[in-house]
Design a binder for this molecule. Structure first.
Ligand SMILES: *[C@@H]1O[C@H](CO)[C@@H](O)[C@H](O)[C@H]1NC(C)=O
Ligand SMILES: *[C@@H]1O[C@H](CO)[C@@H](O)[C@H](O)[C@H]1NC(C)=O
Ligand SMILES: *[C@@H]1O[C@H](CO)[C@@H](O)[C@H](O)[C@H]1NC(C)=O
Ligand SMILES: *[C@@H]1O[C@H](CO)[C@@H](O)[C@H](O)[C@H]1NC(C)=O
Ligand SMILES: *[C@@H]1O[C@H](CO)[C@@H](O)[C@H](O)[C@H]1NC(C)=O
Ligand SMILES: *[C@@H]1O[C@H](CO)[C@@H](O)[C@H](O)[C@H]1NC(C)=O
Ligand SMILES: *[C@@H]1O[C@H](CO)[C@@H](O)[C@H](O)[C@H]1NC(C)=O
Ligand SMILES: *[C@@H]1O[C@H](CO)[C@@H](O)[C@H](O)[C@H]1NC(C)=O
Length: 549
């Protein structure tokens, strides 16, 4: 046998093995399975003679509670959230150093970690010297979740499974794992890691601001929306904040209906037509321009590794998403190591583009969506009830001092990434938009808009209402986003301040002006298309192009 023939036989033989193993796997590759716990016929009885609860068993031992913590005022420095335990940190395919952390390049799918700075490097969430904290407003996102039902990740699994059950496909090299890969993710709900994020956020909030609980004369009312992951997030936050033994007795959870047709400031897209049509689809259009560029090398590299299935750019986006989703759900993902560091930077920027043009400064219906929360904020800060209802505020909810108390020292609202991003624009946090519209053909050097910093899983925005000098009377406010203080200099009247402080009356006046200048009816319901080129940076349809129909 000549060398050539030997090689040929070897190749054929190798191919046969590959084919055999892939055919074995090919019928189920990409298939979807569902969890079956708890066992369907196992029953749970609340009052169970075999398993009496703690109050019946007794003997709890000493139960003295300590005093409330207030680390935001008493600690010399605050702990940073820098762990994603118990998730395994994946490496990029060409990892050059430990420094490159793939998990921090997932945009809105990034697990929250403390942000170093938003441009005020010499301050921290610690209460500035001489000030006293009198109130906090927390707005946070839910924890890590499964893909939404419309995400491209489950669609990719379906494509793969169709190929597997049809003519079959063969994957090799870095994609070899696809031969036996199945889709193990659910949809929409929190993952176990997402639950721990919420619990930890609650614990952290108690340690930093627990002292404010002493000001309550009645039970706190916290709000969330009705979606499963939202309520689950709120409950896990409360469990961390109050403790699982008592949280159900320690506060009231108000659940606002999240559904088309219902006014809801924490889910405003349901009452804003232009958040559900081609105006919001513009984010995807802009993102796709960039995806077609940054994923070209991956398409050339990975395409030949898959026989029997032609990879498209959208499949690669799905695979990058699957890296994030599998990691936050299953602890590890084979998809992560398929892509290079540059491709991860490209993916991060893809999400930045989608948010900027769909839910951020560059979309004309953004401020309108965020303004309802701003109205509620002003209502709380001024202890004045809202009387005009022309946005997403639900008058039934906010007119009652039971469901919407105004005199709390701690406010907690749970919302979504795409809502928080509209609220930043409505509040005029212009430092995020400082360097203008994002280009779709390259990553700019001077970028100021990073979704992994402003809307990751468990993202949290804290408004600190302060008394400076300490007198009990509120005088100032500042905003801490994911542990870094935001500059407020874009807000009318707020002066340069190294700690990000703005005088409270000035801030309130500016918010009232925002409420006046946002044209909710037009921006949400006007029949317009996004102007091209889209140079919008304030989340509103340009006043000079406006014509009412
Ligand atoms: C649970 O129910 C299934 C059928 O519904 C039955 O086959 C099975 O034996 C039951 N298991 C137990 C432990 O009762
Ligand atoms: C708010 O004020 C009312 C009436 O003065 C009081 O009953 C309630 O306990 C107060 N709530 C808080 C959190 O201070
Ligand atoms: C306002 O909220 C209440 C309470 O959830 C609900 O019954 C009502 O339908 C809501 N109204 C609108 C217009 O959303
Ligand atoms: C949305 O845009 C697509 C293509 O860009 C177009 O085919 C469709 O008619 C548009 N829909 C509306 C409601 O404008
Ligand atoms: C819901 O919002 C609309 C404006 O978008 C308003 O006309 C209506 O009164 C609101 N309903 C309630 C119950 O607040
Ligand atoms: C709520 O408002 C009613 C009047 O609308 C008032 O009588 C009552 O004292 C208020 N309760 C609280 C807790 O503020
Ligand atoms: C909003 O931001 C823009 C740009 O910084 C500024 O010109 C405007 O005065 C601000 N408006 C308010 C009410 O803060
Ligand atoms: C929007 O305007 C276009 C033309 O400007 C028109 O063809 C279309 O019917 C309008 N759509 C609605 C819902 O009014």
């Amino acid at each position: 046998m000549s060398n050539f023939h030997r090689l040929l036989v070897a190749l054929i033989w190798a191919d046969c093995i590959l084919l055999a193993s892939s055919q074995k796997g090919s019928t189920f590759a990409g298939s979807t399975s569902t969890a079956v716990f708890p066992p369907p016929n196992a029953t749970f009885t609340a009052a169970d003679a075999f398993f009496p609860d703690g109050s019946i068993v007794g003997f709890p031992g000493p139960t003295a509670t300590g005093d409330e913590a207030e680390a935001a005022a008493t600690a010399p420095a605050l702990a940073q959230v820098d762990s994603i335990f118990p998730l395994v940190r994946p490496d990029a395919s060409n990892a050059k150093s430990q420094k490159f952390d793939v998990t921090q390049h997932w945009g809105s799918l990034t697990p929250f970690q403390s942000v170093e700075s938003f441009g005020l490097p010499n301050t921290s969430p610690i209460i500035p010297n001489g000030c006293e904290i009198v109130q906090v407003h927390l707005l946070h996102r839910h924890g890590a979740r499964y893909p939404t039902s419309d995400a491209v990740a489950p669609a990719f699994a379906a494509t793969l499974h169709t190929a597997a059950t049809g003519a079959g496909f063969t994957a090799s090299g870095s994609l070899k794992f696809l031969n036996t890969w199945t889709f193990k993710l659910g949809a929409e709900t929190l993952t176990p890691f997402g639950r721990s994020q919420m619990f930890n956020l609650g614990v952290g909030f108690r340690v930093r601001y627990g002292e404010l609980l002493k000001r309550f004369q009645d039970l706190p009312v916290f709000r969330t929306t009705s979606e499963a992951r939202m309520l689950d997030s709120a409950l896990h936050f409360a469990a961390g904040f109050f403790g699982v033994q008592s949280y159900q007795q320690d506060y009231h959870q108000y659940i606002m209906i999240e559904q088309s047709g219902f006014n809801n400031t924490l889910a405003p897209y349901d009452q804003c037509a232009n958040a559900n049509n081609n105006v919001s689809a513009f984010g995807g259009i802009q993102g796709n321009k960039w995806a077609a560029i940054y994923l070209q090398p991956a398409l050339k590299r990975l395409g030949p590794l898959l026989k029997g299935l032609e990879l498209k750019v959208s499949d690669l986006i799905a695979m990058q998403q699957l890296c994030a989703y599998e990691t936050v759900a299953l602890g590890f993902s084979n998809f992560c190591g398929v892509f290079t560091e540059d491709e991860w930077k490209g993916f991060e920027y893809l999400v930045d583009l989608e948010f900027w043009y769909a839910n951020g400064p560059g979309n004309p219906a953004t401020s309108a969506q965020g303004i309802g929360y701003v109205q509620e904020l002003v209502s709380r800060l001024t202890q004045t009830r809202i009387t005009e209802f022309a946005t997403t505020v639900n008058g039934t909810i906010v007119s009652s001092n039971v469901t919407f108390p105004l005199n709390q020292s701690i406010f907690v609202d749970v919302s979504h990434d795409t809502v928080m991003s509209t609220i930043y624009v409505a509040m005029n946090f212009t430092s995020m938009a400082a360097n203008g519209p994002l280009p779709t053909d390259h990553i700019p050097k001077d970028q100021t808009y990073f979704v992994n910093q402003i809307a990751p899983f468990a993202s949290n925005l804290v408004g600190q209402v302060l008394s400076c000098p300490a007198s009990g009377k509120p005088t100032h406010i500042r905003w801490v986003l994911n542990d870094a203080v935001l500059p407020l200099t874009g807000i009318k009247g707020c002066k340069q301040n190294k700690d990000g402080l703005c005088e409270l009356p000035t801030f309130i006046d500016a918010m009232k002006q925002r409420i006046q200048e946002v044209d909710f009816a037009f921006d949400c319901f006007g029949n317009y298309t996004v102007p091209v080129p889209d140079t919008i940076v304030d989340g509103q349809f340009p006043k000079n192009l406006r014509k009412r129909n």
